[in-house]
Design a protein around this ligand. Sequence first.
Ligand SMILES: Cc1ncc(COP(=O)(O)O)c(C=O)c1O
Length: 378
Amino acid sequence: MRTDRIILSPPHMGGRETEFVREAFESNFIVPLGPMVDAFEAEFSQVIGGAYTLALSSGTAAMHLALREFGVRSGDEVLASTLTFIGGVSPITFLGATPVFIDADRATWNLDPNLLVEELAECARRGRLPKAVVPTDLYGQCADLDRIRAACASYDVPVIVDSAEAVGATYKGRHAGAGAQAAVYSFNGNKIITTSGGGMLASDDKALIEHARKLSTQARDPAPWYEHTEIGYNYRMSNISAAIGRGQLQVLGARVKKKRQIFSWYFERLRELPGFTFMPEASYGQCTRWLTVVLIGPCEFGASPSEVRAALDKENIEARPVWKPMHLQPVFRDCRCRGGKVAEDLFERGLCLPSGTALTEEDVDRVCRILRGCAHQG
Ligand SMILES: Cc1ncc(COP(=O)(O)O)c(C=O)c1O
């Protein structure tokens, strides 16, 4: 076995991060909050088109605050993508509300707007509208936000986009999440840019962001002593993490380019393999290809996704299954799901290939050699 492991999507520093971290150390702002956090919020706001921003300890924290800002509470329902990671969904339950899942659209792998229309109509018939809708921008590709927003606008239901995986992606020329009532981003270590761990809440609503800012710092009221009229959290981003984020933002454009280049390398080498297809790119935007994701039909290809994953692992290469749909998670077994078969199929046949932006063409060749070896013709 080779010792130089190829990891799915490891952090990749751009170079300026250590300068910003040194500056933070020299100022002794080794705390949550500080000038790096302020600057990171301002710079990220520019990247996403000018929304108000709040830097937080994680994307999960950002979603928790967003849902709370829209008044989600015990007994409420929130509609969400089933094909996603739990971090965007678990905060619904932190507030005592219940997620209702919506299947993916095969053309984009994101929340199916037609099913959303159906579900909203049924909720209205029952006289119980959801408190919010949370579509995920999956694997760097935006959900069809205009159609989702139009469906929700008819019932005055807010849209909170989970753009945790879509920093750098665009939808009709706008940045992922822009134009929704709120959007959530993640800078976890595996994301296209990282702060080692962190998240951002964004909204065009200044008052929403300012109140979320208060909640993120233990909901402290303005008084010389610690005065509290509501319960908050300790969710702020550290000044050191923000320093890393500022360095990372400078290379975001280059990282998007490299992610897409890696996708092209895989595509050129593997597109002819039988039973082997790639996640489609919607025509309405630019997917970052945060991860290159493929579907493998075992009969035509000659091996199942788990056999392929095992073959890669034997050669010290990490690949991962597509997210297991939320409606199949034991913890959500009692939750409703509209549709679900598309997400189940994508989970069964899907595989995420190594997509770290430090990968070389030779690394991709190494991965592709093993993939070809798994195929009938290999
Ligand atoms: C779709 C999605 N939502 C939410 C999250 C949660 O973000 P974080 O890990 O920063 O809490 C992640 C990633 O980690 C994610 O992929």
